[in-house]
Write a protein that binds this ligand. Structure first.
Ligand SMILES: Cc1ncc(COP(=O)(O)O)c(C=O)c1O
Length: 429
């Protein structure tokens, strides 16, 4: 499992920019010699992007409207969070314990499932879920390649290999045709990512998976509170995996994650796997266990925030509606999935000259980000692997064109108007 420092660097490397509060200077990518077996790599021409990122970084100090602002998010909660942290301090329970158990119970109810098991972070949740579903060496797991590498990393950690499928260009979610094709071969599981807060087409996914008896693991790290036809993210597949990384719709003050499920047997294996494989103290009954537990401080923070998430998501949807209406006339493609019950973790547009637009927005004081610039099969560490030798034209095109605009509940109306004005100005032909 990656250390927290390693995880932060991973996020930065994924995004080419430092996260808020990072001690690391933002850095540009150095992607060379990717996919040597397939000639020039379309994503590999990064010198232009690297120059752009450096320019954006240089003027980022003048950004007035950031993509996200955690200090604004947490400031109104300061007193209640301080009191909650004080209680944990006094309780003497710092890892697992009563606050974690209470959060697990409340979050299970929120997700409409029977069981929730807290983990150290969202990537561990994916790895543990895969292991609990019986995935291991020699198996293949279906996943998309445009979701930041988290599922790919988790699959590889189990000893299995990813079987990438392409995306639907209008939503950036998995393509059902591609899923259908991939299921003609034997696979150990499917990881379905509800990207940007949009629900994947779960009715069809579940029908296809159930027909061949393959477990579905939902990656809900960007979809806290999202629903499809009244059924929450995480309540569709064998289990759902969440991250409570501070920037998430439900974010802790550090790392945290959870696995939710209806299946009590699966939950029991997950409970063991997050705690060395112990069913009982000092007795390893489940192989492949690790140390990945939610701590009392994060649980206390999450308990304070849980009652507020629906209001925050409503505000995110209102912001997304304003952007969508304003950009529709200009023919700008926005990534919106099933819509109404979308958690709008990120508001993403597609734009051909993305890097130039991002730079001009920065010059106008408006932050923008890229989720995500490099598809998993073209990542430097993985691109020469046999399982990475695949063509995913829609995934690759989206990674060249996606741009994330500021969208967080505390964004005020004047700022939304300013983002729209700046965006329309810099994208004017
Ligand atoms: C879609 C997705 N999956 C998984 C993760 C991993 O979560 P964590 O950073 O808590 O390991 C993230 C978050 O960063 C994510 O956005």
């Amino acid at each position: 499992m990656r250390s927290n420092l390693g995880k932060r660097r991973f996020h930065e490397l994924q995004n080419g920019v430092a996260l808020p509060g990072s001690h690391h200077a933002p850095r540009a990518f150095s992607l060379t010699a990717l996919r040597p077996w397939a000639g020039p790599n379309p994503i590999c021409d990064t010198s232009f992007r690297a120059r752009m990122i450096l320019r954006v970084n240089r003027i980022s100090s003048s950004i007035r409207i950031p993509v996200n602002d955690l200090s604004r998010h947490n400031a109104p909660l300061r007193e209640r969070l301080s009191r909650a942290l004080e209680c944990v301090l006094e309780s003497g329970w710092y890892i697992l314990g009563p606050r974690v158990a209470e959060f697990e119970s409340r979050f299970a109810t929120y997700c409409g499932v029977d069981q929730c098991v807290g983990t150290g972070n969202g990537t561990d949740a994916l790895e543990i879920a895969l292991r609990a579903c019986g995935v291991g060496p020699g198996q293949r797991v279906i996943t998309v390649a445009n979701a930041g590498g988290y599922s790919t990393g988790a699959i590889l950690a189990t000893g299995a290999t990813p079987a990438f499928i392409d995306i639907e260009p209008s939503t950036h979610l998995l393509s059902l045709d591609q899923l259908h094709g991939a299921l003609s071969e034997r696979v150990g599981a499917i990881v379905v990512t509800h990207l940007y807060g949009q629900m994947a087409p779960m009715h069809d996914v579940m029908n296809m998976a159930d027909a061949v008896g393959v477990p579905v693991i939902e990656d809900c790290a960007q979809a806290h509170g999202a629903q499809l036809d009244g059924r929450p993210a995480g309540a569709w597949g064998a289990c759902g995996c969440f991250s409570f990384y501070p920037t998430k719709n439900l974010g802790a003050l550090g790392d945290g994650g959870a696995i939710v499920t209806h299946d009590s047997g699966l939950a029991e294996r997950v409970r063991a796997l997050r705690n060395y494989g112990w069913i009982e103290k000092y007795r390893v009954d489940v192989g492949g266990g690790s140390n990945s537990r939610l701590d009392g401080i994060q649980a206390a923070v999450l308990l304070e925030k849980l009652p507020l998430i629906d209001g925050w998501n409503e505000r995110r949807r209102a912001i997304a509606r304003r952007y969508s209406e304003a950009l529709a006339d200009r023919g700008i493609v926005t990534c919106r999935g099933a819509g109404l019950d979308d958690a709008v973790h990120l508001f993403v547009v597609r734009i051909p000259n993305r890097d130039t637009v991002r730079q001009r927005l920065a010059e106008a004081g408006v932050g923008a980000d890229v989720h995500y610039p490099v598809p998993d099969h073209l990542q430097h560490a993985w691109s020469s692997e046999r399982w990475a030798r695949t063509n995913l034209p829609h995934t690759e095109a989206s990674c060249r064109e996606v741009l994330t605009l500021p969208c967080f509940p505390e964004l005020i109306d004047e700022e939304i108007a300013e983002v729209i004005t700046a965006f329309l100005q810099v994208t004017r032909c």
